[in-house]
Write a protein that binds this ligand. Sequence first.
Ligand code: FES
Length: 105
Amino acid sequence: MSKPVFEKHLFVCTNQRTGSDKRSCGEQHGLDLTAAFKKSIKEKNLDMPIRAQRAGCLGICDFRPTVAVYPEGVFYVNVQLSDVEEIVQSHIVENKVVERLLLQQ
Ligand code: FES
């Protein structure tokens, strides 16, 4: 199995639904979240390949806004701009999942 290109890869849902009553992450600061993750990661100047990027619907729209982190396959839900720093510091830097924001299944 080949080594992943990125040590951590964040997918921030920015899906914006049109013509539907169902709401989507894009309406709830998905783009702002993406920018905030990029900024926080850049500011930390970490010595590992990390990428935060926009993504389409992650399939858990009821819990928006949503963020997935790989390679762990962790899903964070109801993510607010004020949560970005904690996710980056805890999950990305310290490798500790932010339990309070995890998708409960
Ligand atoms: S619209 Fe974001 S998870 Fe579906």
